[in-house]
Design a protein around this ligand. Structure first.
Ligand code: ADP
Length: 161
């Protein structure tokens, strides 16, 4: 049977840290769906379409990857997709408490769910989409944090603002 997992997140925008997690997970799973969570309460820097476009572009060389999006409860999305494995990344210890809460809540709602955590390489341990957005906001150089395609999209967004 194919080992399939879903990697949910905001990906606003996708960073080299997310890509590192995806590459690690691809060594273990046969297929991964990277799914953009549509968060109605958050005002994102990039629209859903832009986030999906960036994921498609930066991951286009990789096999066994699908890109999707969802809103509402993750567990309902998983049931609909008939997948019970969720991938999450763990950076510094600060991620642990939040990720534990979410994984425990998801397991309460859906007992068959398994959350699998991957640790990125050390240089990405302090990298987050919000750090990239903050640096981008002040016109800083994000080329060591994101794929060149994403860096270009950030520059284009700054110019059009
Ligand atoms: P969310 O808004 O759901 O936290 P993100 O897109 O920020 O979504 O992150 C999705 C997942 O990827 C989370 O599990 C997060 O901890 C993980 N992640 C984000 N950045 C990194 C990174 N630099 N290294 C490892 N994991 C990361």
């Amino acid at each position: 049977m194919k080992k399939i997992a879903i990697y949910p997140g905001s990906f606003d925008p996708v960073t080299l840290g997310h890509m590192d997690i995806i590459d690690r997970a691809l060594k273990i799973f046969d297929e991964i769906t990277v799914s953009v969570f549509v968060h109605s309460a958050k005002k994102p820097m990039f629209s859903l379409e832009e986030r999906v476009d960036m994921l498609k572009n930066v991951l286009k060389g990789r096999k066994n990857i699908k890109i999707d999006c969802f809103n509402g409860l993750l567990v309902e999305y998983l049931k609909k997709k008939k997948v019970n494995v969720v991938i999450r990344g763990l950076r510094a210890i600060s991620d642990l408490e939040y990720e534990f809460q979410v994984a425990a809540a998801n397991r309460t709602l859906y007992k068959d769910i398994e959350t699998v955590f991957f640790m990125p390489r050390q240089r990405y341990s302090y990298l987050s989409s919000s750090v990239v957005r903050d640096i981008a906001h002040f016109g800083g150089n994000v080329s060591k944090m994101v794929h060149p395609y994403v860096a270009r999209k950030i520059r284009e967004k700054k110019i059009s603002q």
